[in-house]
Design a protein around this ligand. Structure first.
Ligand code: HPA
Length: 273
């Protein structure tokens, strides 16, 4: 049993004293989507490798920076890069950004990620609002790090994701004339992409998009009392959907192509929240 509050109290107090303000909104930027952080007014940026005890981010496209930003009179903390299981991190490491955001008193969390599309209506370059978070094992893992009464866990998952935030995301897309898909997101830990057989099974279970992050972060944020919503960038067809070989390069290239609509969507969303 890990006591995250105790384990990360040093990181939290360092960030609390470094923070120029108490953010109302937290944003975690996924693979290749980190450039958004360069487009808004940053009051203060901190490299995570300057923070004592913060695990090092190792993935291309994930910078490992925490920015305190202002946009449209909103105060934001933006995590440019996240920690993944496939880098060798454990669950409590992967939850650090959410833990920080909640402890800085951010009320809402917007998660973004790159994902493989399973739904036959999806194509690379689409954005998808996550309407359901799905995983096989997350509750068991969370129960390994938290000792929560089961009733508390049960009650935690109404309005998950936040209807209000999801409505704002749809409104932002409409206002920016960006087409946005909707669907269920499933995550695996990687490190490899899924096999075609796994994708076939997930399709049968009603999964629309797959990735390697977000679900555990969303669940933890919800348990900590935050409002949560998430947007995926569909960067590729999931394994076996086409005969093409999947690669991180393709993921990064597609994410690069959707940078513009993605940035416009998130900016409008921040304005509307
Ligand atoms: N599978 C898992 N993770 C991903 C994918 C995928 O197809 N694309 C981007 N991240």
């Amino acid at each position: 049993m890990v006591n995250l509050k105790a384990k990360y109290s040093g990181i939290v107090s360092e960030l609390k004293s470094a923070a120029p303000f108490e953010p109302e909104l937290a944003l975690i930027l996924g693979s290749g989507l980190g450039d958004f952080a360069d487009k808004i007014n940053r009051l203060k940026s901190i490299s995570t490798n300057e923070i004592k005890g913060f695990p090092e981010s190792t993935v291309e496209g994930h910078q490992g920076k925490i920015h305190f930003c202002e946009y449209e009179n909103k105060k934001l903390v933006v995590f440019q890069g996240r920690l993944h299981f496939y880098e060798g991190y454990n669950l409590s490491d992967c939850l650090i950004p959410v833990h920080i955001a909640a402890n800085l008193n951010a009320k809402s969390l917007i998660l973004t990620n790159a994902a493989g599309g399973i739904n036959s209506n999806f194509k690379p370059g689409d954005l998808m609002l996550i309407t359901q978070f799905f995983s096989f094992n997350i509750k068991k893992e969370l129960s390994n790090i938290f000792r929560l009464p089961s009733v508390e866990l049960r009650n935690s998952f109404s309005n998950f994701p936040s209807k209000n935030l999801n409505d704002r995301i749809k409104e932002a897309a409409l206002k920016e004339k960006i087409f946005i898909q909707q669907g269920t997101y499933w995550y695996g830990k990687g490190p490899s992409y899924e096999t075609p057989a796994e994708i076939k099974m997930l399709a049968n279970l009603g999964v629309d998009a797959v990735g390697m992050s977000t679900v555990h972060e969303a669940i933890y944020a919800k348990i900590l009392g935050m409002n949560v919503a998430a947007v995926s960038c569909i960067t590729n067809y999931a394994a076996g959907i086409t005969s093409e070989k999947l690669s991180h390069k393709e993921v990064m290239e597609t994410a690069e192509k959707v940078k513009d609509p993605f940035e416009r969507l998130i900016k409008k969303l921040v304005e509307l929240i």
